[in-house]
Design a protein around this ligand. Sequence first.
Ligand code: ZN
Length: 211
Amino acid sequence: MTEASLREEIAAYGELLTGLGLAHGSTGNISVRLADGWLITPTNSRLGRLDPARIARLDQDGRHLAGDPPSKEAFLHRCVYEMRPGAKAIVHLHSTHSVAVSCLAGIDADDVLPPLTAYYVMRIGRLPLIPYFPPGDERLAAAVRQVAARHAAVLLANHGPVVAAGSLDAAVGAVEELEATARLFLLLRGEETRPLTAEAVEELERRYPRA
Ligand SMILES: [Zn+2]
């Protein structure tokens, strides 16, 4: 895909995520890896109203080369790209149900959501919770770097999900699945539930390895 078509694709998915109610105000950012750097949505931009030509272009070390200034959360994307060579796109959102789960007391920080459905296991798998740090804090980058090699998706406490995948379409599909599962989890709180068994999860992991 050419850089121009990737820019168009980022804008189209930004509009989709906004239409789904997953990106309010100027929250959320999308990036796509290029051969020699990456594209990321600009700071203070609305995902639903992106101008493809103004999407920021960065080099491999995260230096701004072209377009509007990049999202202040670009460092999160950089940490994940460094740790996951197979990652081609990353979506970060402040989507309501995922953020709600990230604020709950007493959740398992190694595996935040139970395996309620097969699609959740196939697209997300185990979801670790990254402890809260103020935006831009170096410790947040270090905490993400520590788990990113083992997990394509992480949930930042009191903040939101960061999801990487082998294509932008797959990253958007995974973050939608995560948001839907967070919603199911909240709907089922207080109910006796039957998550998938450990054997069922193992079989899915074997059959459908993630990028
Ligand atoms: Zn954020």
